[in-house]
Design a protein around this ligand. Structure first.
Ligand code: PMP
Length: 390
């Protein structure tokens, strides 16, 4: 038998999965490893999908999405970013994950280099390897509150570099890029003539300050903005994301949907439209963001009291906790913590070499288990560090 495709069989494992799978074997485990809102989808959103099914809205749609949803996405983008945006620029995809993948197929050939934040969501690297493009990591440093340094980007850029991936608010860091930093990053992209794929899926989940849209700093049409409803509206299982791109790029991206998924399921598109246009869902978003902010504050306080405070996440729903003093790798620590304390956290190394020395704690968990889990994590680290120096 001939072997499977090399890119497929050689795909690196997703490092959070190992912990998730181990944690599911322990019914008493506290789950701080998954980036999944612990809220129900707003009722008005679910009702719109049910109505769509009952109305027989159960057939193929156009590749780029139904016109009313594309218009709602464009209007929401324009309102929030102040950047003019038309429905023609919008491509609706099954999750933001597919918006990232579709953008990257549209922009990068095999062998082209793509600048990827380190640490970052592992799916960027996974996808680039699948399409035989070359992920080139650039560091996000804790001393800079995990905001990219243009000098690092310059150093990582070659003649083969085609695309720069940005992610703010960031997973796993919770970093929020200031407006001036975003302007500098776009100036760099123009100087080196790079496309920019800006993953802004956490754009509404901001605790301090304001989200800076990459598109607002784009002066010559090189930004593809990726976003979606999964995080903002607690709709991860519905699978709906989108990309907003210059019209010529959006047309190509829409055509790419045909051989991959043709279109997003019709009733989910109606649900997303209800989420983006309805007033009821807005109230739910505000309540969810308030809960994440409260948990962020509690988490910062716990790590501060444990002497582990390094920075304050300003958006998304994660905090990286420094575990370097334990002398353990983040993977060893995550496995040992689960074993000893029944707490699951994501090892920083799952997000790239730059995540080593940290573990990621998700704030999308209820307040009680979150504070209990964090306290156990800090206690465990203190014991490990003391055992080491004894
Ligand atoms: N981008 C980032 C940075 C994420 O963290 C995630 C989900 N973990 C996604 C995209 C994917 O979102 P979706 O569920 O809409 O595919």
């Amino acid at each position: 038998m001939k072997p499977l495709a090399s890119a497929a069989s050689g795909l690196p494992a997703h490092g959070v999965r190992e912990i998730m799978d181990a944690a599911w074997k322990r019914p008493d485990a506290i789950h701080l490893e998954v980036g999944e809102p612990n809220f129900a989808t707003p009722a008005a959103v679910s009702e719109a999908a049910i109505a769509a099914i009952q109305d027989g809205f159960t057939h193929y749609t156009s590749n780029a999405g139904i016109p009313s949803l594309r218009a709602a996405i464009a209007a929401s983008m324009q309102r929030r970013s102040g950047v003019p945006c038309t429905a023609e620029q919008v491509v609706v995809t099954p999750g933001a994950v597919a918006a990232v993948a579709t953008s990257l197929i549209a922009l990068a050939d095999p062998g082209d280099e793509v600048l990827v934040p380190d640490p970052s969501w592992p799916n960027y690297v996974q996808w680039l390897l699948l399409q035989h493009s070359v992920p080139v990591p650039y560091p996000l440093r804790q001393e800079r509150a995990f905001v990219p340094d243009v000098a690092d980007l310059e150093a990582a850029t070659t003649d083969r570099t085609k695309v720069l991936i940005l992610n703010s608010p960031g997973n796993p860091t919770g970093a929020l890029f200031p407006r001036e930093a975003m302007a500098e990053l776009l100036a760099f992209a123009r100087r080196r003539d790079l496309w920019v794929v800006s993953d802004e899926i956490y754009e509404r989940i901001v605790f301090d300050g304001e989200h800076a849209f990459a598109a607002a700093a784009d002066t010559d049409g090189r930004v593809v903005t990726v976003s979606g409803v999964s995080k903002t509206y607690a709709m991860t299982g519905w699978r709906l994301g989108y990309a907003i791109a210059p019209v010529a790029v959006a047309r190509v991206m829409a055509s790419l949907q045909e051989p991959m998924q043709s279109c997003v399921n019709a009733m989910t598109q109606k649900a997303a439209e209800a989420a983006l246009t309805g007033e009821a869902a807005e109230g739910d978003v505000e309540r969810m963001v308030a809960a994440y902010r409260r948990r962020r504050n509690a988490a910062v306080e716990i790590v501060r009291q444990a002497g582990r405070y390094r920075y304050t996440p300003r958006g998304a729903f994660y905090i990286l906790v420094d575990v370097r003093d334990t002398g353990m790798s983040s993977r060893e620590l995550a496995l040992a913590l689960l074993d000893a304390e029944g707490v699951a956290v994501a090892p920083g190394s799952a997000f790239g070499a730059g995540g080593e020395g940290f573990v990621r704690v998700s704030l999308a968990t209820d307040d009680g288990p979150l504070t209990e889990g964090l306290q156990r994590l800090c206690r465990f680290c203190a014991r490990a560090a003391a055992g080491r120096s004894a």
